[in-house]
Design a binder for this molecule. Structure first.
Ligand SMILES: [Cu+2]
Length: 169
């Protein structure tokens, strides 16, 4: 009786550990992404090139740095973005050090609201990916977790699952 109840306790501990690893709120998973990297937010930067190949995931934050008064940040709908129009803007920032939390998945569109800057290419769109939670039935880690350093957590979880399996069988 004693050995088997010890086994059960161990399994419960392992399962709780796995759950904690998989559901931990993610400072490690969320990232601050400096728009334009060292060039910041200004004219004559190819922001499509900057965004190309990067992962944007719900919980990440875009950071726009620029000289206050020289530029602004406008979040737009797809149609307004295409027209460089601020009439249906979803948000506007102008502090020079603007943080825009990407809190929903899907397409996000940005441009500078200073006259002429959007037309000159100060604009870009990003696709924000949802956070995919692992479950014990997942056979592989989703790209989002791998891209943001969740590999170690996933590996730990996998090891814990293996340990639980070893105890059970
Ligand atoms: Cu501008």
């Amino acid at each position: 009786m004693a050995p088997s109840s010890k086994k059960v306790v161990l399994v419960i501990v392992v399962v709780v550990t796995v759950a904690a690893v998989l559901t931990a709120p993610g400072p490690a998973l969320a990232a601050d992404l400096l728009v334009g990297d060292s060039q910041g937010w200004r004219l004559n930067v190819d922001y499509d090139e900057w965004a190309d190949g990067k992962d944007f995931i719900v919980g990440d934050t875009l950071v726009f740095k620029y000289a206050k008064g020289q530029h602004t940040v406008v979040q737009a709908t797809a149609a307004s973005f295409a027209a460089c129009s601020q009439s249906n803007s979803l948000g506007t920032w102008a502090s020079g050090d603007d943080r825009v939390p990407l809190n929903t998945s899907g397409q996000w569109w940005f441009f500078c609201g200073v006259a002429g800057h959007c037309e000159q290419g100060m604009k870009f769109g990003v696709t924000v990916l949802p956070v995919v939670k692992l479950s014990s039935s997942s056979s592989s880690a989703p790209p989002a977790l791998i891209a943001h350093g969740g590999g170690a957590a996933a590996g730990l979880a996998a090891a814990a699952v293996a340990a639980a399996a070893a105890l059970l069988f």
